[in-house]
Design a protein. Structure first.
Length: 171
């Protein structure tokens, strides 16, 4: 499809996007070094908010907003389906226990873990990597067992992570 410049404006092909496919919310994989059992059963992941403090620069007439010097990364949340042996749930559960109430020094050895989200192209090939550094879990949702359900709804758990930073890179 050729684009026609309007009113004598020259369009450079480098400025135009070369990929017209939209990013699908279905095409992702989550990898977590400390809890590999979560990867296969991951149902959803929410890329966290990143924000910056705004500074106010006064002048005689108006206060001018300026970019600040501190970046805030909100927690990363993940939902995963719990496997029948609760292996993936227990990976996170034991990690939180080791952080909050370690019983020995070995539990406290690997308190942080790196993780990443791989975003897949429309052909299901890894395209973008979102890398989280120094992750640790803050909370793990409850599991509700209920025999009154008419259909089997497999249990899912939400886990919230804190991390030092996340980066986005093309693969």
């Amino acid at each position: 499809m050729a684009l026609v410049p309007k009113l004598g404006v020259q369009l450079e092909t480098e400025q135009l996007t070369q990929n017209l496919n939209f990013l699908s919310p279905l095409g992702f994989r989550f990898l977590l070094n400390r809890a590999p059992g979560v990867e296969y059963f991951c149902q959803s992941a929410t890329l966290p908010t990143i924000s910056m403090v705004e500074l106010q620069q006064p002048s005689p007439f108006v206060v001018n907003p300026r970019p600040g010097d501190k970046i805030t990364y909100e927690p990363f949340t993940l939902r995963f389906r719990v496997d029948e042996n609760m292996t993936n749930y227990l990976e996170i559960f034991n990690w939180i226990n080791a952080l909050g109430k370690p019983e020995n020094f070995q539990q406290y050895e690997n308190i942080l873990s790196d993780g990443s989200i791989l975003l897949l192209s429309s052909n299901n090939n890894p395209k973008i990597r979102i890398a989280f550094q120094d992750m640790f879990p803050l909370s793990l949702s409850p599991l509700a067992f209920d025999v009154t359900q008419s259909d089997v709804e497999y249990l899912e758990a939400d886990v919230m992570f804190r991390y030092r930073i996340f980066t986005v890179e093309n693969i």
